[in-house]
Design a binder for this molecule. Sequence first.
Ligand SMILES: [Zn+2]
Length: 467
Amino acid sequence: MNTVIRNGILLSTTGATPADVLVAGEKVAAVAAPESGLADTWAAGADRVIDATGKYVLPGGIDVHTHMEMPFGGTHSADTFETGTTAAAWGGTTTIVDFAVQPKGTSLLSALEAWHGKAAGKAAVDYGFHMIISDVNDATLKEMDACVGAGVNSFKMFMAYPGVFYATDGEILRAMQKAKDIGATIMMHAENGIAIDQLVVQALAEGRTDPVHHGTTRPPELEAEATHRAITLAKVTGAPLYIVHLSASQALSAVAAARDTGQNVFAETCPQYLFLSLDDLGRPDFEGAKYVASPPLRPVEHQDELWRGLRTNDLSVVSTDHCPFCFKDQKQLGKGDFSKIPNGIPGVEHRMDLLHQGVVRGEISLGRWVEIASTTPARMFGLYPRKGVIAPGSDADIVVYDPRARQTLSVRTHHMAVDYSAYEGMSITGRVETVLSRGRIIITGGEFHGRAGHGGFLARDLCQYLT
Ligand SMILES: [Zn+2]
């Protein structure tokens, strides 16, 4: 099956240029300047020609932080691999990297097997896995080798959630030493969970039980402190470190300082920290529960700093931390006790559109949009150049994007399996028009043409940024 995409504006990390693209089977076969006339020849023998006049043609989005069907506090996130990856496709994301979770007392490989079981035959787009380590011991450390051999070479640890995922500094140190030996990356949820838990106990005892106190009991300083501590442990061990869902300007300063010394420290932020704030957590009638995630939404003044971090590359990636819980049955678990609200905000469908608003508002360039949403995630997690670029030999994961279309985000029109939108009523400039996943058209004309099981597992190489 050959497809020609012609007359579009091809986007890459270096900007925008008019170009025609030939897709043969699952791969990009050629890219040519329109004046070469090559597209006429291609079109004559093609099964399909997509006219992309006035549209952007960009590599499919890569969301390296999602939680489909993730267990949390006695329930699990509302999207399955099928619904979550289908929603991703609608929003122009053609690859996700999800987190397999090792419950305490079990093995990493059994966790990996369990997550393969959830995703295989279900995913609509390609997917990879990171591994969450919640039990550091000799057996776990040994299993990290086997995980790398199985294409899973990034390991997430938590300085938050004591009693669940929390790892001590000593455990983090040991896992980092191992990571250094095998070239793996440690991903860190950096919040001081020990101190936070005391603030939570105090708040509840004083009757401060509303969702907004999820935010006030997790101050930015405790994210900054943990970020700095993680960076220090990484420095001592020499392990590469990737800070997930960075939300606070103070934490960003710690990352920037480490990067200035040449340390292999990287960080991502998420759209919710760029577009939502503590004010949303304070919405009345328990509606703030829709915005409970950790780290929490911050006061609005942090947003400018995060955009600046994206421009300076102290923030290298934007992922979603997509972790949807329904308002009706799941978020209500925390009525009268904010600490029981399942943590997570839905967003896998909207990341590309929201970041395009950054382009529209002049916060980032077109090239930077592609870089933080696709190319850098691919390089950071060992998928480049198979993913993250439109070039001969790459997978034909391609988005045709109409930069002038208008849309309004709403639970009534989104495709995630969750009963609210964190961005309800938000007006967006730009819209995904057509999506190809490995050469196959999965979205076009406002319809989904993909299928569960089209998406395959991606065994990933090591991080491609290490110095
Ligand atoms: Zn997460």
